[in-house]
Design a protein around this ligand. Structure first.
Ligand code: GLU
Length: 425
């Protein structure tokens, strides 16, 4: 069974279409002309490879891999690499476009890209994953580069895969190239604070949203869907702010406690239990029920298309902070808006990860490494400034935060395109 079958209870929409529908609304608001529209909507480069890998049993399997550079106006394209059986071209295209808007919304000098390999990393040995990652890097050597396209972790990948990419790329170009990839292990030029960065940004966004609505974190409740890197760290840091985490979940199901969940204990349980919450001691509900809980804050941090036209009318949270990319389908937007729910959109809420990726790249190029305290301070500042900018745009145009975030970022990318002139890669 694929991960998606476990989490999603509803029909899914084409993620690129979802992105385009929001893009269209924002483009109208900022008065984007037709030529700019045509340039900014189309991915600049799409590479599809078939990667042969010798498996442990001696047989050769061929894996489909993708890298999409959506836009490189603001700088080298940036974005993670996803390993999942659900990876397909339209998903990677949408994720790449979201990276363009994400980097622009927080004002870091990157364009957007994304990669993916259709594989099931949980069923592969470490050796198989290493051979797959190295071969993918070999086939993408002309795409990647510290000044061209810089991968990072995403669903199903982490520091180890980044170490292999850094090593393989460095061998191919004949010099040490740590800045070709971010999210590396610390000893290999990774940045302190990178692992926590996305969750930390989700926490900062949650605080900012509560502040705008005049709600105290003390006494507020929160449900978090997804217990990977983003969900578990978001839950931990949000709990530290005084909110009560009443539900968490992963592919094994959702776990509820009205008294509040000890998130650090749940993380320790997951880590000792093969990476899953399966069998956790709390009352079990479904992922669908978690989304509909009567909580102050809902953090969808699992995957795309969790909040859809089908269940949006039953969402009771006052604030949704999108830890995942694309957790709300476009068809659900108007329902959430009519209900008056404040949605802090993915391209803003989860931008803490790529922000610290940028800091990692800067440190690699400087050859000088910052303290964790400096990383946190600077990342928090970037997130708060971006939140205020999007909030101000939402008031100015009287539009939801999501469309405001698109409007701010599309305007930035369009401005740079005008200054540089039209260019292809
Ligand atoms: N995969 C992460 C994201 O979707 C991080 C990307 C990066 O750091 O380049 O934002």
């Amino acid at each position: 069974m694929s991960q998606r079958d476990n989490v999603i209870k509803h029909g899914s929409e084409n993620p690129f279409e979802s992105m385009k529908q929001r893009f269209d609304q924002a483009a109208k608001i900022i008065g984007l002309d037709e030529s700019d529209y045509n340039v900014l909507i189309a991915p600049q480069k799409t590479v599809i490879v078939n990667i042969p890998v010798t498996m442990d049993d001696g047989k050769v399997k061929v894996f489909e891999g993708f890298r999409v550079v959506h836009n490189a106006n603001l700088g080298p394209s940036k974005g993670g690499i996803r390993y999942s059986m659900d990876v397909h071209l339209d998903e990677v295209k949408a994720l790449a476009a979201w990276m363009t808007w994400k980097c622009a919304v927080v004002g870091i000098p990157y364009g957007g890209g994304k990669g993916g390999i259709k594989c099931d990393p949980k069923s592969m040995s470490k050796g198989e994953l290493e051979r797959l990652t190295r071969s993918y890097t070999d086939m993408m050597v002309d795409v990647f580069g510290p000044d061209k396209d810089i991968p990072a972790p995403d669903m199903g990948t982490g520091p180890q895969e980044m170490a292999w990419i850094m090593d393989e790329y460095s061998k191919l170009v004949g010099r040490s190239s740590p800045a070709v990839v971010t999210g590396k292990p610390i000893v290999l030029g990774g940045s302190l604070g990178r692992v926590e960065a996305t969750g930390r940004g989700v926490m900062v966004s949650t605080r900012a949203a509560l502040g705008k609505l005049g709600i105290s974190p003390i006494g507020a409740t929160c449900a978090v869907q997804g217990f990977g890197n983003v969900g578990s760290i978001s839950a931990k840091l949000i709990a530290q702010q005084g909110l009560k985490i009443v539900a968490i979940s992963d592919v094994s199901g959702a776990y509820y406690s009205a008294e509040g969940i000890n998130v650090e204990e749940a993380i320790a349980y997951r880590d000792s239990n093969n990476g899953t919450l399966e069998g956790y001691k709390l009352g079990k509900i479904t992922n669908a029920e978690l989304l509909e809980l009567d909580v102050t804050v809902l953090v969808p941090a699992a995957m795309e298309d969790q909040i859809t036209e089908e269940n949006a009318s039953r969402i009771k949270a006052k604030i949704i902070v999108e830890g995942a990319n694309g957790p709300t389908s476009a068809s659900a937007d108007h329902i959430l808006n009519e209900k008056g729910i404040m949605v802090v959109p993915d391209i803003l809420a989860n931008a803490g990860g790529v922000t610290v990726s940028y800091f990692e790249w800067v440190q690699n190029r400087l050859g000088y490494y910052w303290t964790e305290e400096r990383v946190y301070r600077r990342a928090d500042r970037v997130m708060k400034t971006a939140f205020e900018g999007v909030y101000a745009a939402s008031l100015k145009y009287n539009i939801p935060m999501r469309i405001a975030a698109y409007a701010v970022s599309i305007a930035r990318v369009a401005e740079v395109e005008k200054l540089r002139g039209k260019f292809g890669l």
